[in-house]
Design a protein around this ligand. Structure first.
Ligand code: FES
Length: 319
């Protein structure tokens, strides 16, 4: 299936507030007052901060409110500059180029959910909790963070949902009790987790005995890459441009097709954002991204060409 082109919008930053220590909450609106594209819980948008600096942030407002897109951004002192730009340079009234929304972390229907959020990973989970509540599902959320003051939306969650939500500041309670939370496999239950890599890895480990597909995660940083299935290069046939390019072992498909003059949108270039997602029409893919579920990877309809490769001599892509 072709990947539809994404909306690219010039939006105004209309509200900037403090969400927690080190977290700003930004609200964007169309300057003309037009409705924004619809989105679903788990979706993220790209903020194009400078020509060289594009970053992804989960939408954390109300999907029913088509007038506002809200994101929350944690200042990451050791980051690559995106969050510092947001914190230091963006002011109310600024115009920002925004791409998306895009969703690789969809909330699938289920009678029961366990949500686990770490730090700023609360942003997609927040909208999922509201959606689960609206759908009448049985759900719980455990939200961990360094300290209470660093945990955006914690008070509102506790106020709105009472016992369904466990706020778990590490300096008060230590690490989340994952064996207690996930030790018993529950039928008809989906586990959604977003947060830093150690939390995701721990939750993944504890869900080993859960049914396949029960755990859904979203990563801020790419998983460690293993050696590619295929050590040698391969060919990629591009059906829309009519070109065939050779991808050398040290090159990504994205680099090879860009060098051949085929423009592809990209952002993270590490398989976490989904911007370079490309439809696969033939061949088998060595999926190396941190986004697609195991089932989606097995289907093989699409791939992230910034990191994923061919496990056969020739791939056919819709480019
Ligand atoms: S550019 Fe982000 S997944 Fe490829």
């Amino acid at each position: 299936m072709p990947i539809p082109p994404e909306p690219v919008l010039e939006l105004e930053l209309t509200t900037r507030t403090t969400g927690a220590d080190g977290v700003v909450v930004l609200e964007f609106r169309d300057p003309s007052g037009a409705d924004l594209p619809t989105w679903t819980p788990g979706a993220h948008i790209d903020l194009v901060l400078t020509p060289e600096l594009t970053r992804q942030y989960s939408l954390c407002g109300d999907p029913a409110d088509t007038g506002i897109w809200r994101v929350a951004v944690l200042r990451e002192a050791m980051g690559r500059g995106g969050s510092q730009f947001v914190h230091d340079k963006l002011s109310e009234g600024d115009r920002v180029t925004v791409r998306g929304p895009r969703n690789h972390f969809e909330l699938e229907p289920s009678p029961q959910y366990v949500f686990v959020a770490g730090g700023i990973g609360i942003t997609p989970i927040l909208t999922m909790a509201h959606a689960a509540e609206n759908a009448g599902a049985d759900w719980t959320l455990v939200y961990g963070g360094r300290s209470r003051g660093s945990m955006a939306f914690a008070d509102a969650l506790a106020e709105n949902f009472g016992d369904r939500v466990v706020i778990h500041p590490e300096d008060e309670h230590g690490l989340i009790d994952l064996p207690g939370l996930l030790g018993d496999v529950r039928e008809n239950t989906l586990v959604y987790c977003c947060g830093p890599a150690p939390l995701l890895d721990a939750v993944t480990g504890h869900c080993d005995s859960w049914p396949s597909g029960a755990l859904r995660t979203e990563r801020f940083a790419a998983k460690d890459l293993e050696e590619p299935v295929r050590a040698e290069g391969f060919e990629v046939e591009l059906t829309l441009s009519g070109k065939t390019v050779t991808v050398a072992p040290e090159q990504s498909i994205l680099q090879a097709v860009t060098a051949a003059g085929v423009q592809v949108l990209s952002s993270c270039e590490e398989g976490t954002c989904g911007t370079c997602e490309t439809a696969v029409l033939g061949g088998t893919v060595d999926h190396r991204d941190s986004l697609l579920t195991a089932d989606e990877q097995a289907e093989g309809d699409t791939m992230m060409i910034c990191v994923s490769r061919a496990s056969c001599p020739r791939l056919t892509l819709e480019l």
